[in-house]
Each structure stands twice: as C-alpha cells, then as structure tokens.
Design a binder for this molecule. Structure first.
Ligand code: MV4
Length: 447
C-alpha cells in the first residue's frame, strides 16, 4: 500500500479522497492555489503545498508544480479526482515515468478513451453496442453524404477530440450535411487543434444512462450498476440517480454484464464509467470516462462499495476484492448538485458563507468542503456540495430528499437548492419520466 498520497484537486472531491486515504492509513498531501489556502482539504491533510496562483492553468493544471510537490513531500501516488488533470494521458505518463503511481487507469487507456473514434472502435471490438454511424473519421464531403444516405437523417457530426457535448453539429437532411460537416471540422480545429470528425445517427429523445466499473488491470473487473444522469443543462448534470428509473432488472443485468466483460478483456484498471444513450429500450455507447465521477456516491449508497477506497487499493496493485455475484443493489439513491449559482439563470454566486446548516438524518449523505465563514472563490467550478438521499425504493428516497432539501441552509450566496424544491413538485420528476432535454424545456416553460 502507498505510504503517502498527493491529492491533485480541491473542494468536495479532495475531501472525499482524503477520507478514503485516512481509512486506509495513508498520509495525505493537499495541494492548493493561493486562494485555496484556507480550504477544508488543506486544513485536514497531513501536509500541504501551495502550487501556484489562482488560475487553474497555473495551479491545479500545473504539471511541473505538482511533480515538484510530489518530490518535496515524498508522495508515492497521486489521486487526480475529477476534472483538472484526471483524464490527461500525458500527466499519467509523466507520473508513470517518475515511478509515482497515478491513481487511475493506464495512460494508454486514458488516451484511447480521449479519442472518441478510438473509444468507439474499441467499444465495438469489445462487444459494446454503439450508435450507428461512420466507420471512423469522415474526411470528405462525399463520404459524409454517403453515410447520411446509408444511416438516414438526422445525423450528428462529432469531433474526435471533443466529448462532453463540445463540438457537435446536427444535420436534419442531406441539404444540411455538407455545411454541418464543414462547420464541425473548422470548429473542432479551432477548439482542439484537430479537425477529425465522425458521424452518428442522431437520437432525438434519449436518456443518459451510465455504467460504473472497476478493474484491477489484470483481467478482473466488475460493474457496480447504472445511473441515470439525464437531468442536465448545457452538459452540466444537476441530478443523478441509481438505479436508472426507466430500466428493467433484466436489461440492467444484461448491459452490466456486457460492460463488465468488456472491461475484463481490456484489462482496465481503476474506476471508470461507460456512458450510453438509452432510447426505445436500446443502449448506444457514446463515451467512456476514465476517472472517478462527481456522481459516484449514488452508486456507493446502493452497493455499499467505497469506490475511492477500492480505487486506491487496485492502484497499489492489490487484487480486486469485489466479486460480481456478491455485489447487491439495495434501494434507490438520488444526488443533487448544490452549486453556488442562481438556480434559474445559473449565474455564479461566489462569496462568503454567512450561515451553514447541512441536512442530516436517516438516509442522507452530504459531500461538501464548505463551512460557515468560508469564502467561495470565483476562479473554479461552482459545485459546493452534493446532497445524496437513499431509501428502500424511489418513493422513500424522494421523501427523504425533499425533507433534506427543506432543512438545508446556506446563507450568503445563491445556490441551486430552491430549484430542487421546485423540481421535487414536478410530476415528471416524481414519476422518473424525463430525458436529456427535459430540464432545458422545463426552465423555458417556467421562466
Ligand atoms: C448524442 C446525442 C444524440 N445522438 N449522440 C452530448 C454529450 C456527449 N457526451 C454526447 N452527447 C450527445 N450525443 C447521438 N448520436 C445527444 C447528445 C446530448 C447529450 C447526451 C448526454 C447527456 C446530455 C446531452 C445533451 C445534449 C445532447
């Protein structure tokens, strides 16, 4: 096992990782920007190193500064959390070369999944169902038209270096194809320095369902079930639940096994998420995230698996203790994201927290690194906490979530908590009947 882990992140996820390290008896190093000197993860870590000024590019993304912090403190592993350097294959490779363990998959797997064409080709080879589309990149307008004719419109032109919704163009018919293809290419070139694009059949009203996996890099892997993350706005999820409300146990078990078997074949190491669009009872692979995700707690609640603890153990070369047949799914969990933002306009609201009273009680978990008197800096993501409710079924989970949202108090900044009070009254939310476009339509309808 590692003796000292450096946590290359901030906020609630830095604290989440710190907690797992403490339970494993591992010393912790926090790194922070100037503005984060008073942050909770810095206070609770055994050691801390200031790695640079406030902009993330000069601190949390500053690879030389983080390497120097490893050297100064003698850390033997780095946990990247999510965002920042968590899916940076170059960072993983540099650590590998310095004999510091990157707590995550191999740089090779990060690289494959970062290239959306390579990811899709790999998924297909591993027997994962994919959206019908081009066989790799589409480099001429003639090819684009031929694919449109073959798979039928509407189609989406996607950037190979994109992901997370960036760099996509819709073509409703052949008339729009050449323009969509050309625009997607030039936008991809400008955004990612790579004009490689591919084409897929456009799914009009899918749900976003993802499968959590963990592997040991030696051919053992398990799935930890599914999450529905369809409630999102501009590719920012706000509400995630496990298990997915629309899925029968039979379909759930089937896709879980397909993904677990694929991860075994790939010899995947660490935690990962395979993302699907789900429409008319069919799954279509879109991307794989090679990191721990914001919404991992809903899976932890229904499986009783501490994902971060297991992630650290497999990174240290310990065998995966989990056996698929021993993983049981109990009840239902919902996570809501508390952002320091206006709940309607989503305008960020940094500033000082003048009063803080988190929810608690049966079936409630709060992951947050804020405290009364803390000043939320304006430089980073506005996620300040996650409220996770759990119950024997979705109805009990919703009841506890409503009770917990009502009792949560954060004063001094605007938060998304009032939005969730409204959402919990919506019939579609109560019945679980929503797709990836539901929230944007709701916000328009109620503005
Ligand atoms: C799609 C799609 C419809 N059809 N692909 C957006 C994020 C990126 N991960 C993939 N995305 C989509 N790909 C096909 N063939 C619709 C989306 C999409 C979306 C997907 C998941 C969650 C939210 C979304 C919001 C808008 C569009």
């Amino acid at each position: 096992m590692f003796s000292k882990v450096l946590i290359a992140n901030r906020g609630e996820i830095a604290l989440r990782i710190l907690r797992a390290c403490k339970e494993l008896g591992i010393q912790t190093v926090a790194v922070h920007s100037v503005a984060d000197a008073d942050a909770m993860h810095v206070r609770l870590a055994d050691e801390s190193v200031c790695i640079g000024p406030n902009p993330a590019a000069q601190s949390y993304l500053n690879i030389p500064a983080i390497l120097a912090a490893c050297e100064i403190t003698g850390a033997d592993a780095v946990h990247p959390g999510y965002g920042f350097l968590s899916e940076n294959a170059r960072f993983a490779r540099i650590l590998e070369e310095h004999n510091i363990t990157f707590i995550g998959p191999s740089s090779r797997h990060i690289e494959i999944m970062g290239d959306k064409i390579a990811a899709k080709t790999t998924a297909m080879e591993l027997g994962i169902p994919c959206v019908p589309g081009s066989d790799g990149d589409v480099s001429t307008a003639e090819e684009a038209l031929a694919i449109g004719k073959k798979i039928g419109y509407p189609v989406l032109v996607k950037a190979a270096s994109g992901g997370g919704g960036r760099g996509m163009k819709l073509a409703m018919s052949a008339d729009e194809m050449v323009n969509a293809w050309q625009t997607a290419r030039s936008e991809a070139k400008a955004a990612f320095g790579d004009d490689t694009v591919y084409i897929e059949k456009y799914l009009a009203r899918p749900r976003h369902i993802e499968i959590q996996v963990i592997g040991d890099g030696k051919g053992h892997a398990v799935h930890l079930g599914d999450r529905d993350c369809s409630l999102q706005r501009r590719n920012q999820k706000i509400w995630e639940e496990a298990t997915a409300p629309s899925l029968s146990d039979k379909r759930r078990a089937k896709i879980g096994m397909i993904v677990a078997n694929a991860m075994k074949k790939l010899k995947y190491s660490g935690a990962g998420t395979v993302e699907f669009l789900y429409e008319d009872n069919e799954f279509y692979f879109i991307e794989m995230n090679t990191r721990l995700q914001v919404e991992h707690p809903v899976t932890e609640r229904i499986t009783n698996v501490d994902i971060v603890y297991e992630q650290i153990r497999v990174a240290a070369g310990e065998p995966l203790r989990l056996k698929q047949e021993e993983i049981k799914f109990w009840g239902h969990a919902i996570e809501i994201r508390i952002n320091a933002e206006d709940g309607r306009t989503f305008v960020p609201s940094p500033g000082k927290i003048t009063y803080y009273h988190p929810a608690g009680g049966v079936g409630v978990r709060v992951d947050s690194a804020i405290y009364q008197g803390y000043t939320i800096p304006p430089y980073y993501d506005s996620l300040i906490g996650k409220l996770i409710a759990h119950g024997k079924d979705r109805a009990e989970c919703l009841q506890r979530l409503r009770r917990a949202v009502d009792e949560f108090i954060i004063d001094g900044v605007n938060t998304t908590l009032p939005l969730f009070q409204d959402l919990l009254d919506e019939p579609d939310i109560r019945s679980g009947d929503y797709d990836i476009h539901w929230l944007e339509k709701y916000l328009e309808r109620t503005s």
